[in-house]
Design a protein. Structure first.
Length: 181
């Protein structure tokens, strides 16, 4: 069955997810995560992405990306495919690493953006891996709230501008909405 074509309209924000085939782990160690982030950094550069947030779990990932839909699809194809080939080579395996095509949900307003950022940051807490999003080293949360320098591929300046004019106000806002209840 043919799949629906992705939209080709102007840049927008997307919550992108993908999961390991049969929910298998896609990161076996920290080096896998570093390698994956290197491929994401290449997609940011090559496909003009604005990466606003990310979280790498053991068997799935979350990305919040601002891009044109064609660039989003091309970047995901490149990054996920390249990572899967590298994973198989490194771990001497073969076959599909990811279960299916990535999922993308367009973020259409500020309320939805806040909800997505909260969901992504709290994912390791909800999964019982840590007690606070600040304790998970494989997400953008600490950089988004100003507690850690942002890697070059993460566009915290754009994220903060979407949340308010002043970076400190945006950081306080994120702390408040992402606080563990």
């Amino acid at each position: 069955m043919a799949r629906d074509r992705r939209s080709t309209k102007a840049r927008s924000i997307h919550h992108v997810t993908t999961r390991g085939n049969n929910r298998q782990e896609i990161f076996l160690d920290d080096l896998d995560r570093v390698i994956f982030l290197e491929w994401i950094a290449r997609a940011v550069d090559r496909w003009d992405w604005g990466l606003l947030a990310y979280c790498l779990m053991d068997n799935h990932i979350h990305l919040v990306v601002e891009a044109a839909p064609g660039d989003l699809s091309s970047g995901c194809r490149d990054a996920l495919g390249s990572y899967a080939r590298r994973f198989n080579q490194r771990h001497e395996t073969s076959g599909h690493l990811f279960g299916s095509r990535f999922n993308s949900v367009e973020v259409i307003d500020d309320r939805q953006l806040t909800a997505v950022l909260r969901y992504v940051a709290l994912n390791p807490v909800t999964a019982g891996r840590v007690g606070s999003p600040a304790d998970w080293p494989w997400s953008s949360h600490r950089a988004a709230v100003g507690d850690h320098p942002a890697p070059l591929f993460l566009d915290v300046t754009r994220l903060w501008s979407l949340l308010g004019r002043d970076p400190e106000v945006a950081q306080l806002y994120l702390r408040a909405v992402i606080a563990v209840q």
